[in-house]
Design a protein around this ligand. Sequence first.
Ligand code: NAD
Length: 496
Amino acid sequence: IQLNQKNLHNLPDSFVVPKYDRSQLKAGIVHIGVGGFHRSHEACYNDDFLTLSQSTEWGICGMGLREADRKIGDILKQQDYLYTLIVKHPDGRQENRVIGSIVDFVLASDDPAAATDRLADAQTKIVSLTITEGGYHFNPATNAFDFDHPDVQHDLVNPHAPKMIFGFLTEALRKRRAKGLPAFTIQSCDNIQHNGDMTRKMLLAFAEKQDPTLAQWISSSVSFPNAMVDRITPMTTLQDITLLEEAGVQDLWPVTCEPFTQWIIEDHFSDGRPDWESVGAQFVGDVTPYELMKIRLLNAGHSVLGLLGSVHGHATIDGCIADPLFASYVRRFMDVEVTPILAPVDEINLDEYKSTLIERFGNPNIKDNLARICLESSSKLPKFIVPTIMENLEKGGSIKFAALVIAAWCYYSDKGVSKNGVALDIVDDMKAELHSYASKTEQDSLAFLKLDSVFGDLVQSKTFTDEYVAMVRTLYTNRDIAAQMDVLLGESLLLT
Ligand code: NAD
């Protein structure tokens, strides 16, 4: 049976379906970038909210800016904008839940003026985004907006036919101001620290150059709440589609995710918002401590397992957690080296948060590949792990668990194989540079740490280098990372 509105009530009993009148729903939200994550996260919170409130104001109109979004738009349209969210539990259980909160889709590249009209419509109160980190046109080298991109150059001189996000937002806000309408809120849901501040900074840089008076209005009228978002959402596979078919439902693009979900949002909206707190979102004054908690525990935990696991020969995150040595090691790293330097986080019990993380990492139905986890480690470790080491050095805290991860990363970058000689799939913009520094380790044990664009002045700390040198020498001699993990764990447990 095909998934669509007509068939909604003939689906197998095991499918949960929307229990609100979709025909009455107006789209108070336009969401740009209808990828897997939007469909597992905001659209799912909104589906819960519509069920609970029976509101008719807060449906979602999906929008794609790129030709590549045509496929999702066509499929959604064919299915009356319905799709299945397959929630995969650690015990193998699978919930099939049809999400009904998306009610329309606009492919902006087909008709940019129609898209900006839609954004400028009085009905649109929130414009939310998942356009990936690259979509923000931020240049880390200059710490500023990247005006060199051809689409940006195009949009500066073609304000009425934009191609990229900030061209669309600027033109839509120009239309709104002309109509005397309030500004919409721009709600980023991308995995960027202070994602609202980043969106504001990039939009204002662009608008300032195109239309300075409008930029002033944007600066004083548009809200950009920062938010921390979390729900592991792997790419949909053919197997997921087949599984639904076997259950009797044809859905051309379902989404899979874990049961855990979190959305922590700063509460300032220009033109109203749904009561997402009634369905589990958390509104706070300042999202910073939540972001730090996530980066230093979840993201860092992923890198710890990813690098140690790759050198040892594990293939996936759940494979690491199934190995008691790795599960204990990552938990001990969190307890001994991260928790002491985290500020208390309101309404969050850190012990429970960490236990939940280990359980999430161990979900055998979410096969997170270590190659994907270690992707672009050169941009991850300086945010996820190096600041933790620096803070512990300042405060006299433990640095050993993290030091072994850096030693493993050196071996990984130098040799490119696991201890069993299996080639590792390394994807990193800095791969050649990492290899060049790491490969001098046998002559100079500190060579890798001299890559200062990644490690800053870590190499200057004798406390750190004394530990690191001993670790790297042992690893290069016996290639047995597990033995070193075991020793560190034993020592640390003796101390408690
Ligand atoms: P996806 O590949 O399924 O979707 C990406 C979407 O972004 C597509 O609609 C694409 O067209 C759009 N996009 C990409 N580049 C763009 C650009 N330059 N301008 C405009 N639109 C652009 O990916 P996803 O899993 O949905 O992840 C999207 C983002 O969500 C991530 O980059 C991350 O910031 C955030 N996120 C993802 C997860 C996860 O587990 N997948 C978890 C937390 C946060």
